[in-house]
Design a binder for this molecule. Structure first.
Ligand code: GDP
Ligand code: MN
Length: 382
């Protein structure tokens, strides 16, 4: 979240405002009183556009700090409920800019983007005024030189008073991106403080995505702190499941990532939409099915559940027993369809057979099961 991103930035010497992360109204007020007014009360959620959604508010005294904290805590911002606030010393803004680094895979180079039009979504700038974004491609071997950074800042047409500050902060942002093993480091808005003559450039927001593959190089807590997950993904992560939340209505459980992906394709092919990707992995632990089924069934999007299992090292009857044990322990709202194939599939099916009914069905093939899942969800089968 923002405050964790700011801690990450601060560790690379990027100037950010002092602040406190809090979870209650009383703590928010105490933090605001301690920091001194004016402060900004900011919702901490894993989505942007908080300002527009009423999740960023300026308080000039204790009463306002309390009022804003009460309003923002519990607020729903694009499906994310606010449970943490960041109380930050307010800055006087002369100008708002945008800056980021990401990887341009096709160019095999790092891509820096800088714009004098900050504080708004960069996608909309890219649409309405693409020339307002100055891009720089950086060879990972050469890195970002001071001259290149200076030319880039000039090309972006920032206020000349901001040039030195911007070069310094962009150099540090690049270090944070490379040495911090990030996939993305973004500051929006990057501000020139008022009065502009101060030349002070400062990060007012922070977005960081770390590279999964570099996880081992970092403290786990530090890595965890900057992960972007919705509530479903967090629950799955806690249960040690490979899960990605999607927007459809058929909940998917498969064993193996490849099979899970094929399952999404087949559901799509018959005109349905998957609510998630979920790989329960090898083994047939009832506990894993309990977690997987619970996470999927708690997702309000889900209207039916498709369990797609191919027995391998874990045999069909073991998986069938795992599923039946799990279903005995929890109450699942959505109807379920199972397709079980592979090693000892017949034995597995025999175990499932006596439990079948309206709420638990079985189909012999992936395609049939996908059709049934879409039908059970009330969708139209192609
Ligand atoms: P986002 O909407 O989720 O991107 O949240 P931001 O942290 O970017 O804040 C949104 C907007 O609130 C910024 O673009 C600023 O215009 C404004 N804002 C945030 N912090 C301050 C501050 O300290 N002082 C002032 N004056 N405005 C701020
Ligand atoms: Mn922002």
């Amino acid at each position: 979240m923002e405050y964790q991103g700011k801690q990450f930035f601060a560790s690379f010497g990027i100037p950010v405002s002092p602040g406190r992360a809090v979870q209650t109204v009383d703590d928010a007020v105490a933090a605001a009183d301690e920091l001194g007014y004016p402060v900004v009360v900011k919702a901490q959620v894993h989505v942007g556009g908080r300002g527009k959604a009423g999740g960023v508010k300026l308080a000039t005294n204790t009463a306002e700090a309390r009022e804003h904290a009460e309003f923002i805590l519990g607020l729903d911002i694009k499906g994310h409920i606010v449970r943490t606030l960041w109380i930050e010393k307010a800055s006087d803004i002369a100008e708002e800019y945008y800056a980021s680094f990401t990887l341009d895979r096709s160019a095999k180079k790092h891509l820096g983007m800088l714009s004098a039009q900050g504080g708004v979504e960069i996608e909309s700038v890219a649409e309405t005024d693409p020339d307002a974004i100055a891009k720089i491609w950086i060879d990972p071997v050469d890195g970002l030189t001071d001259e290149a950074a200076r030319a880039w800042v000039t090309a972006a047409k920032l206020n000349p008073l901001a040039t030195d500050g911007a070069v310094s902060i962009l150099t540090k942002l690049y270090r944070a991106y490379v040495d911090g093993d990030a996939d993305l480091t973004e500051i929006n808005p990057l501000i020139l403080k008022a009065p502009a003559e101060s030349g002070e450039v400062h990060a007012l927001d922070a977005k960081v995505t770390l590279d999964n593959n570099a996880q081992f190089r970092h403290e786990w807590d530090e890595y965890e702190a900057t992960q972007v997950r919705d509530d479903r993904e967090q629950a799955a992560h806690d249960a040690d499941l490979q899960y990605v939340g999607l927007e459809g209505y058929v909940g998917i459980i498969a064993n193996g990532a490849g099979l899970a992906m094929s399952t999404l394709d087949v559901v799509n092919q018959v005109g349905g939409e998957a609510a998630n990707f979920l790989d329960v992995g090898g083994g047939a632990d009832a506990k894993k099915f309990v977690s997987a089924l619970t996470i999927i069934d708690n997702d309000p999007r889900v209207k039916s559940i498709f369990i797609n299992i191919f027995g391998g090292i874990t045999r069909g009857e073991e998986v069938a027993n795992g599923i039946i044990t799990a279903l005995g322990q929890i109450d699942i709202k959505s109807p379920i369809v199972i397709r079980l194939d592979g090693t000892n599939a017949d034995e597995g099916r025999a175990i499932l057979e006596p439990h079948l009914g309206d709420k638990l069905q079985m189909q012999p093939t992936m395609l049939d099961a996908a059709r049934t899942a879409v039908e059970l969800a009330g969708g139209t089968v192609k």
